[in-house]
Design a protein around this ligand. Structure first.
Ligand SMILES: OC[C@H]1O[C@H](O[C@H]2O[C@H](CO)[C@@H](O)[C@H](O)[C@H]2O)[C@H](O)[C@@H](O)[C@@H]1O
Ligand SMILES: [Ca+2]
Length: 749
């Protein structure tokens, strides 16, 4: 079986979203909303002269009905429907928005979806006729696009617009790709500096009575401390609280900081202020996941970077790598996310792959090599000090576990998440819930069984898979296939980079040394090759299950393999740790257990077990599917030349997302129920779904799902992409292919 070479893979060739090219592009029909709605000339009805109408599309009709008059009903005249790039409508924004909402948003959730019971038709007036002719806009998709366009037009202050029909009936694959490229990334980009600190500092998870903006600056960045202090003084109205982080970060310190949660500073660059000519600092931007997650996350960022790179937003992906290097330098690790309450834990590590993909795009630029050197050195430091050090390293197997430090109950979870766990203790101590949590967190009440529970809970959150019955009450003991695949990838990436980019010699400066390392010693690829080989042996020994044809976690305390079937088994393909034989076994035996309507399930139904009142659904279990699981599996399957399987899974995922986007007013959410064909975005486990809460038009989508969409479009072939644009279910698509093939064969004879 041919195995593709490391980093040859960046997904197959065709670019993600096609920018409409040729004359349609020159007309700017698919311009981003700002460009489209701020172009004065575009919205001036040059054909109208002084007669421009000011009534809403339906109001004249209503008046005539009231007067029992009949306006001659004219659908667009012949020449309008044959205009090369389609019909254009002359619309009065506010009144049309109002009648549209009143008539079509029947459940009043500020979205037009297949669940609304309106007539699903609205009459618009055409621009070419100066509003004299009318045309019906029909169906959920076009009407919801109209709602979105009008919402955007209103935001840009337009009273009247001339709207291209092509924006209403646009191929949904193109529209979603365009929304992601032109709107969602921007909506999710944050910068922690004077330009927008109040937006970046906002924390929807803040549980305190006074959720004011607060930033913690590490000791090693005094210039940043000065910068934020000055900013706070100059703009007292934002109430920015600037705190210097103590030198030593301990579990007690982090627990005590929970009464004052805040952002953690990330990297800044020195720039010259164009107004004053003076030197100042500028925050390095980053993308946040969205919804309640308004900070820089670990593995979300990696997934997001795959989408950003396809959209040529290389600087943003590069900036996120540099922010990670800053975190390793100042906080000792890539954090779960950059808030004070995440200081002690990390998330699944992807830094080497992320840095190499960025490097690949910038390697001809000055400074590219230094960028890669910094990132690889940071990854080496993180590898030694976080992932292969106690307590995460299991010295017996040589494998690693998620096992962060910490004290007490994680404060950022949704209220009520731990009630069922803590209730018995609350009763036992005869205090209120709040009193118990406070006493337990501060060590006045000791409960060793709870300590054990929360050690595992923290590990669950570090794993990124929070939460799942795979991990409950045991996570910190597990050598997981996910983490060990990722570390194998670090080892092989580092080996190859040292060998191929740095002439097989990498000097490790003092600031990157860990433990007994000698400053400025030289590392070659050999030691990293050996580490990778050792890990592969251990993975084969402890995690591979020949009979089942897949990998399982290994319980390092019970010294036995676990039985929970997790989609993370495919991460071994992504990392290249499997042999071709193992890969083939996984495709034949394991893949069918995880494949569902909308792509890959996180875990199998059998492994999750029965759920009920006492045992609620967990969001990383069956029947949910998550973007990172899909993206890693597609890449892994591709890597081992299982192209057809990768394409099929990508198609199913993309189809589900596109259909929800079309039927539910442009929604893109954090995760999907991949067994639910009609409304897969409905997920009520734990804190519910993120990305649903918008009025009129979605502005952000959700970071890693946005990325999975544009990345997935690179996995499927052109034929599939076209079929997705017409919302063809996978089975219909395959049937059509088979029919065509049979026909072609018959014609051959
Ligand atoms: O607030 C509860 C938990 O939320 C986060 O986890 C979820 O969102 C993250 C951001 O998209 C994602 O990385 C993670 O995989 C999700 O499960 C957070 O990471 C947890 O630490 C937190 O307790
Ligand atoms: Ca509605």
């Amino acid at each position: 079986m041919p195995v593709i070479k490391e980093h040859d893979f960046a997904g197959p060739a065709p670019p993600g979203p096609p920018r409409a090219r040729g004359s349609i592009d020159e007309l700017g029909i698919y311009d981003d909303a700002r460009t489209y709605y701020t172009a004065e000339e575009r919205h001036r009805n040059n054909r109208a002269g002084p007669r421009t109408r000011t009534y809403s599309q339906n109001s004249l009709l209503k008046q005539m009905e009231q007067m029992r008059m009949h306006e001659p009903y004219r659908r667009g005249s012949h020449d309008e429907s044959t205009i090369p790039h389609g019909r254009r409508f002359l619309i009065q924004v506010e009144p049309t928005l109002q009648s549209l909402q009143l008539q079509e948003d029947t459940d009043r959730n500020m979205q037009i979806t297949i669940e609304d019971n309106g007539p699903k038709v609205l009459t618009l007036r055409t621009a070419a006729s100066n509003g004299y002719n009318r045309f019906d806009v029909r169906g959920t998709y076009m009407l919801s696009n109209l709602l979105q366009e009008l919402s955007l037009a209103k935001e840009y202050g337009r009273k009247q617009i001339i709207l291209d029909e092509a924006r209403l009936n646009e191929n949904p694959v193109n529209r979603l790709s365009r929304m992601i490229r032109d709107h969602f990334w921007e909506g999710l980009t944050r910068r922690i500096d004077a330009s927008s600190i109040e937006i970046a500092a906002r924390d929807p998870k803040d549980w305190t009575d006074d959720p004011r903006p607060r930033i913690y600056v590490p000791r090693g960045a005094p210039e940043q401390y000065e910068y934020y202090k000055k900013l706070a003084e100059e703009r007292p109205e934002i109430r920015l609280d600037v705190q210097l982080l103590p030198e030593k970060i301990t579990p007690e310190l982090v627990r005590d900081m929970n009464s004052k949660p805040g952002l953690l500073a990330v990297d800044m660059e020195e720039v010259t202020d164009p107004k004053t000519g003076e030197k100042t600092l500028k925050g390095r931007p980053f993308v946040v996941p969205g919804g309640r997650f308004n900070e820089l996350y670990g593995w979300d960022s990696y997934m997001e970077s795959l989408g950003l790179l396809i959209h040529d937003k290389v600087d943003l992906a590069k900036s996120m790598v540099l922010n990670f290097c800053f975190c390793i330098r100042h906080y000792g690790k890539i954090l779960n996310a950059t808030r004070s309450y995440y200081l002690l834990r990390s998330q699944p590590p992807f830094l080497t792959d992320m840095a190499l993909r960025v490097y690949d795009k910038i390697k001809h630029e000055p400074g590219a090599l230094e960028f890669l050197r910094t990132a690889i050195l940071a990854a080496i430091k993180e590898y030694h000090s976080v992932w292969v050090a106690e307590p995460r390293l299991d010295p017996i197997t040589g494998l690693s576990r998620y096992r962060p430090e910490g004290l007490g109950v994680p404060p950022e979870t949704e209220a009520g998440h731990f009630v069922h766990i803590l209730e018995p203790y609350v009763k036992k101590h005869g205090v209120t819930f709040e009193e118990f949590v406070d006493a337990y967190n501060n060590g006045r009440i000791k409960e060793p069984a709870l300590d054990e529970y929360f050690m595992h809970d923290r590990a669950v959150r570090e794993s990124g898979h929070d939460t799942t019955y795979r991990f409950e009450g045991v996570c910190a003991n597990l050598a997981t296939i996910d983490l060990n695949s990722l570390l194998f990838k670090y080892e092989t990436d580092i080996a190859r980079t040292i060998r191929n980019v740095f002439g097989d010699k990498l000097v490790i400066p003092a600031e990157y040394c860990v433990g007994s390392m000698t400053p400025n010693h030289v590392e070659t690829s050999a030691i990293w090759d050996r580490r990778a080989k050792r890990r592969k042996l251990a993975i084969d020994k402890y995690l591979w299950n020949e009979a089942e044809g897949m990998y399982f976690d290994y319980d390092t305390v019970k010294r036995q393999q676990c039985t929970y079937e997790s989609a993370t088994t495919f991460w071994a393909l992504w990392a290249g740790v499997s042999s071709p034989k193992q890969a083939a076994a996984m495709v034949t035996k394991a893949l069918p257990r995880f494949e569902a309507f909308g792509g890959l399930l996180s875990g199998t139904k059998e492994s999750r077990g029965e759920i009920g009142l006492e045992r609620p659904n967990r969001q990383w279990d069956y029947p949910y599917g998550w973007a990172p699981q899909q993206m890693l599996a597609w890449t892994g399957l591709y890597r081992y030349s299982f192209t057809e399987e990768a394409e099929r899974l990508a198609y199913k995922w993309l189809f589900m997302i596109t259909k929800a986007f079309v039927d539910f007013n442009g929604v893109v959410v954090e995760k999907y129920d991949v067994t639910r064909p009609i409304d897969p975005h409905r997920v009520d486990a734990e804190y519910g779904n993120q990305g649903l809460d918008f009025k009129g038009v979605a502005k952000e989508g959700f970071g890693w799902v946005n990325a999975s969409y544009v990345y997935g479009l690179q996995i499927v072939n052109a034929h599939m992409r076209r079929a997705l644009g017409t919302l063809t279910p996978y089975e219909t698509f395959v049937k059509a292919l088979e029919d065509n093939r049979a026909k072609a064969l018959a014609e051959l004879v």
